[in-house]
Each structure stands twice: as C-alpha cells, then as structure tokens.
Design a protein around this ligand. Structure first.
Ligand code: UT7
Length: 336
C-alpha cells in the first residue's frame, strides 16, 4: 500500500547511515566441516561465500550501537537530537525490554518513543516508512531506524538448508526532516504482508504458542525453519511488485532509477528481480557474497556501504526493497 501520500509541507530525507559487521568470518569451507554441503553448491545456489558471526559475548544492541553511532556521526547529530528510535529485528537481546529501549540507554538518548518492529527481513523498510509518516506529519525531526540481527543464535548449524544462508550484522539510518529547498526526500513507501503464507518461514518457539521447555529444545523448534523454494518464488514476485508500485506511484521508469538496493538473501533472487526490470546489474547494490542474509540488517548495511564508497550520490534516485517472513515485503523510493 502506498504510504507516501500525506499532504503536508514536510518531507523526509536520509541524513546519515552507518553499519557494522562483526569480525568473525564463517566461510563456506568452514560450513563444509559442519554439515553435508560444499562451496560449489552454496556459491551456485546462493552466491554467498562468507558471512559474519557475532562473538558469543555480543548482543544485538551492541552491533546496533556501533551502526547507530556511525549513522549519527554521518548525520552530524548526537543521540540527544533523536525524537524516536525504531528497531527492526527478529533477534532482540531478549523479549522484554525492547531492543529499542536497551539501545536508547546505551546511546544516552532522551526519553523519546522507542520500540521494536517485527517484520522480519522487511523490518528496516517498514520502520523507515513509520519514520517517514512521523516526520511528514510534522511531529518529529530526527528518527533513528535500526535493522540489526544476531541470527547465529536462532540458526541450527546442523540444518544445511538454513545454516548456509544467514549472518549477523547491523545497519542504521537517521531520517530527518528535509529543508523545504532540498531535493533529497523519500518519495513514497509501499508495504505489504500476506499472513496466509506465514508457515513458509518460521521461528516457532519462545512465544505464547510454544514457550521454551526441554521438549521444545529437543525438537529444535527454537531454530528458524523454512521452505526455501517457495520463499524464493514469492521473494522474486513480491519484490518485483512492490518496486513496480513505487515506480507507478511516482511516474518514474526503472531506467531513471540510479540504484536498486534489494534485500540480500540470495544472489539468484536479486538477479531475478533485476532481470525482471531489465536493470543493468552494475546499478544493483550487492554484498550478499560477503555478508549472507542478515535479515532486517541487509538493506541498511548495503545502503550504508554504497553511500560510504561513493556509489550512491545525493540527488540520485534509489529504490530499497525487501521481503521476509510473514510474508512481508516493501519498497521505499527516494531521491537520496
Ligand atoms: O530472507 C528470507 C529468507 N529465506 C530465503 O531467502 C530463502 C530463499 N530460498 C533460497 O534461497 C533457495 O531456495 C535455497 C538456497 C534455500 C535452496 O536452493 P534451491 O535451488 O531452491 O534448492 P532446493 O531447496 O530445491 O534443493 C535442491 C537440492 C535438494 O536435494 P535433492 O532433493 O534434489 O536431492 C536439497 O536437499 O539441494 C539439496 N540441498 C543442499 N545440498 C548441499 C539443500 N541445501 C543444501 C546444502 N548443500 N546446503
């Protein structure tokens, strides 16, 4: 659904981004020693060569803290300037208090509204859309949006269908009110969910339906499980659809888009979306080979890397898009 239609004098821009990848690298060769897999299969089916793993003593808000600090520095703001913190994650430090509240304390932010947002891999785009609404309404000036995960805590390293895919990391963006004469602005956001397909990708244990018990742990229900092939098809279809919605809503053709920043789940999914639109692959930001799938963190990490290395420049048209468990999906189109 289009959410960029608020008729107000205010617009939202990205004022700064930051990201953080933990130091430890888990290569395909390492995984060969853990499960019945091999580098050729993983490379060919996913494009992934390595992924980062958080150290045992690190929690998700530690990763987020570093990404957030970098984003605030890039925005030339301090934590005291923030009016709201939204933390997109499926792997918060604990169910309560929220990761957003823990991060607020770590950053020394004011006692502003802070909450976690559960939309799995689409979480960053969902959260960015919420930030956009609060800024465009005139209510807030600076909103910190985080996508951060430590998926190694919910992945079964005996399940070759999932453990080869996921990695840990954090990305952050500060969204700020754009000055009236600034060209930088979010043009629109487009979000969807289809709960009918929720069974395709689940983490069943730890909630009210299946509280943690010894029997639950013995059944491995504390780990993610997915039907990869169905998710693959839905990912290509929904990301293509929400990107098309973003183009249509703004009367922009894909060849006027300078950069596509898609969810980094699988290189073949990214390529399929790119070829659906006939985009030159050099205009698609891809880092999945190095990061694996970091769920809510993939889009802000890829965005930050491309801004920092100078590929994405102010004034360019950029589309962010993601899909994830739920099944959720979303796109955000902006003039960066
Ligand atoms: O953020 C959203 C998260 N989820 C995703 O993005 C997942 C999307 N799906 C995918 O990326 C792909 O479906 C996978 C990479 C998970 C799997 O690739 P695929 O081409 O769809 O393979 P498949 O599931 O159809 O499996 C093909 C074969 C099977 O063997 P048989 O039945 O043909 O004998 C699997 O058992 O590959 C086997 N297989 C593996 N072999 C070596 C599955 N995982 C592995 C593995 N190493 N790690």
């Amino acid at each position: 659904m289009t959410s960029g239609t608020l008729n107000t004098p205010y617009f939202t821009k990205v004022s700064g981004t930051g990201s953080y990848l933990p130091e430890k690298i888990l290569t395909n060769a390492d995984l060969e020693k853990m499960v019945d897999t091999n580098d050729a299969w993983i490379s060919e089916r996913t494009g992934i060569k390595e992924r980062r793993l958080a150290a045992p003593e690190q929690v998700t808000t530690d990763l987020a803290y570093i990404a957030a600090t970098r984003a605030l520095e890039a925005a030339k703001l301090t934590a005291q300037d923030l009016d709201m913190i939204i933390f997109a994650t499926a792997t918060a430090d604990q169910p309560m208090p929220s990761a957003a509240c823990v991060l607020q304390r770590k950053l020394g932010a004011r006692q502003v509204m802070a909450f976690d947002l559960a939309a799995a891999c689409s979480g960053f785009i969902y959260a960015a859309s919420v930030a956009d609404q609060f800024i465009r309404s005139g209510m807030y000036k600076h909103v910190l949006v985080i996508g951060a995960e430590i998926l190694n805590r919910v992945v079964n390293y005996k399940d070759r269908e999932t453990c080869i895919l996921f990695g840990d990391g954090a990305g952050a963006a500060v969204f700020s009110r754009a000055e009236a004469n600034e060209p930088s602005r979010i043009l629109s956001t487009h979000l969807r969910a289809d709960g009918n397909l929720g069974d395709l990708f689940v983490l069943a244990a730890g909630g009210s339906a299946m509280p943690i018990s010894q029997a639950v742990v013995d059944s491995n229900a504390q780990y993610v499980k997915m039907k990869g092939r169905e998710i693959f098809k839905n990912a290509v279809r929904t990301m293509s659809q929400v990107c098309q919605e973003a183009l249509d809503a703004n009367g922009i053709a894909m060849d006027q888009v300078d950069w596509l920043v898609p969810h980094q789940a699988n290189l073949r999914i990214i390529d399929a979306v790119g070829s659906h639109f006939g985009i030159d692959p050099s205009k698609v930001i891809v880092n999945v080979q190095r990061t694996g799938n970091t769920s809510a963190a993939t889009v802000p990490i890829a965005l930050d890397e491309a801004i920092r290395d100078g590929r994405i420049q102010r004034g360019q048209n950029v589309i962010l898009t993601a899909f994830g468990a739920g099944l959720t999906s979303g796109s955000l189109i902006m003039r960066y």
